[in-house]
Design a protein around this ligand. Structure first.
Ligand code: ATP
Ligand code: MG
Length: 557
């Protein structure tokens, strides 16, 4: 049999398993806990799990790992499903760990009957003491040798709600002297008198991750259970649980290094803190490393998938430059985004020799990179807005943009030469007066005369008001999670991470666009229409600048 060529260590394992007949197919799963929105690290895991299934003609399930009701909510479940679909993946089966609660309970009872689990009354603190340390073996709990009958009775009463939280736990009976701390009689069930977002008040005991996860994998006949490196030490426990109960198969747990990005944080706990403290505007704030935030920011799903592909999977922990992600975004948008003209910091330009009420509709390519993107018409008239940065009264040497006596090109339109300015009461230039060369229509002179500068512009009469939100890194340091003792990661929050420009002037074609549509604003970068946008007040998010910082970083390396 021929298998697709393996491109990383996980695919090598899969190929070997298929070749040896250990498995005849591939079935993976993506198992998020619905305690927050998904972030770009999850996107890596999604691309990996769904990607493997696709590559090997197998299946990938979505399973909500909802065993801790105190932190889980339906809002998160819904957002996770939205994000996966938006990324371009479809799950084969949808499951919830909570659907297995009865089955898990029955398995726990089975283990008690086999003498493999017991109810322990030690307090959390005592349990920690008894557990020992990496250099010291643990001690057996005084409750370890309870009879099967007593354990069955106590476990049943835990379930019935007779005991307070923290008074009893069900523990696996493994080995308190194991060099692997995870095998020192880990907890299987705890009492939690908290309603669950799906099962309501049915349960007041909830199964622990380690007990639940492998069993769920086995019941769904998952072949390769992929997780991040911190679970490597849990693998012996994963395997141990599966051998205590009658399961249909033995999935193989494989660990890979989690993704970290510079200038941002990646744990849901910290992202939740950003949201709850009001530092950002919700989980989908365009500055957030969440999938919802990136979507709102204008990152295309193709770019996230390309990024996941580029970084690959490895066992080695590393932090990826956020510029690489932005590079992938830019690359995708360069191919697909229509070019438009928006003036972010407008200054008025009057063409003295242009007829007063005349309007010309000029042809403009939607995307020079894509001939199929077509053309549109943009209105040109006597009064325009240009970027205030594009004019200087006292130009420094090598300033190729507009200044008095200088000629530049207005993109898609004409050559113009500036002659004078009118200032406001504060002495700032308010209006620039210029003349145009009617022979240079389309932006090219007949006599072959060259100009060095080209400005974008918008017709004053046709301009649409816009608000443009520009973003910088969420944190000021490269590795915001590396904080010194006694300090909090929030101290590194970049207070300047958002800059809102109002009074921007957009070309009229943008009125017809929909939330999420992405554009290149000529000479400015890539932008998308924000959810807050309205017909008479457009709102855009800056997705990424045109400047490629990644190329520089790559050169340096
Ligand atoms: P966090 O610590 O951010 O809350 P988590 O691992 O607790 O993340 P889960 O909802 O349990 O979040 O994760 C679902 C899946 O996504 C798991 O298989 C997990 O290993 C994977 N995952 C989570 N974070 C990352 C990351 N940074 N890089 C790659 N995979 C990740
Ligand atoms: Mg988790």
């Amino acid at each position: 049999m021929n298998y697709p060529e393996a491109s990383n260590f996980i695919e090598e394992i899969v190929t070997t398993d298929l070749a040896s007949g250990k498995w005849t197919h591939v079935h993976t799963r993506f198992p998020p806990e619905p305690n927050g929105y998904l972030h770009i690290g999850h996107a890596k895991s999604i691309c990996l799990n769904f990607g493997l299934a696709k590559k090997y003609g197998g299946q990938c399930n979505l399973r909500f790992d909802d065993t801790n009701p105190s932190k889980e909510e339906t809002e998160y479940v819904d957002s996770i499903m939205d994000d996966i679909k938006w990324l371009g993946f479809e799950w084969s089966e949808l499951h919830y760990a909570s659907d297995y609660f009865q089955q898990l309970y029955d398995f726990a009872v089975h283990m008690i009957k086999e003498g493999k689990a017991y109810v322990c009354d030690l307090s959390a603190e005592d349990m920690r003491q008894f557990r020992g340390t990496l250099t010291e073996v643990g001690r057996n709990s005084p409750y370890r040798d309870r009879s099967v009958d007593e354990n069955l009775d106590l476990f049943e009463r835990m379930r019935l709600g007779e005991f307070d939280e923290g008074t009893h736990v069900l523990r696996a009976k493994i080995d308190m002297a194991s060099p692997n701390m995870n095998l020192r009689d880990p907890a299987m069930y705890r009492i939690m008198k908290v309603p669950h977002h799906r099962t309501g008040d049915t349960w007041c005991i909830y199964p622990m991750y380690d007990f639940t996860h492998g069993i769920n994998d086995a019941l769904e006949q998952i072949t390769h259970s992929i997780c991040t490196l911190e679970f490597e030490d849990h693998r012996p426990l994963y395997d141990w649980f599966l051998r205590q109960i009658p399961v249909p198969c033995y999935p193989h747990q494989i660990e890979f290094a989690r993704l970290n990005l510079t200038y941002t944080v990646m744990s849901k706990r910290k992202l939740l803190q950003l949201v709850m403290s009001g530092a950002v505007n919700g989980w989908d704030d365009p500055r957030m490393p969440t999938i919802a935030g990136m979507r709102r920011r204008g990152y295309p799903p193709e770019a996230l998938r390309a990024f996941a592909e580029k970084i690959g999977v490895a066992k080695m922990f590393s932090t990826i430059d956020i510029e690489l992600l932005q590079f992938c975004v830019r690359e995708q948008l360069n191919k697909t985004a229509h070019r438009v003209m928006v003036v972010l910091r407008p200054i008025k330009l009057i063409i003295d020799n242009y007829p007063d009420d005349h309007v010309e509709w000029l042809d403009a390519d939607n995307n020079p990179e894509d001939p199929d993107a077509g053309k549109r018409q943009i209105p040109f008239c006597k009064e325009l807005f240009i970027e205030s940065d594009d004019f200087k009264e006292d130009p420094p040497p090598k300033y190729f943009r507009l200044s008095i006596g200088k000629e530049i090109r207005l993109k898609h339109a004409y050559y113009i030469t500036a002659h004078s300015v009118v200032k406001d009461d504060c002495g700032h230039v308010a209006t620039i007066h210029c003349t145009y060369d009617p022979e240079s229509r389309g932006g090219w002179s007949k006599d072959g005369r060259k100009v060095l500068g080209t400005s974008h512009w918008v017709s004053a009469k046709h301009a649409v008001e816009a608000e443009v939100r520009c973003y910088d890194h969420l944190f000021t340091q490269q590795n915001p999670e590396d904080v010194a003792e006694g300090h909090d990661f929030m101290e590194g929050f970049n207070q300047q991470s958002i800059q809102t420009l109002i009074g921007c002037k957009a070309e009229p074609s943008l009125v017809e666009k929909n939330v999420g549509n992405r554009f290149q604003f000529l000479r400015q970068g890539y932008f998308c229409v924000d959810n807050d946008s309205q017909r008479d007040k457009l709102v855009f998010n800056q997705t990424v600048t045109l400047k490629d910082a990644w190329a520089k970083i790559e050169k340096k390396n």
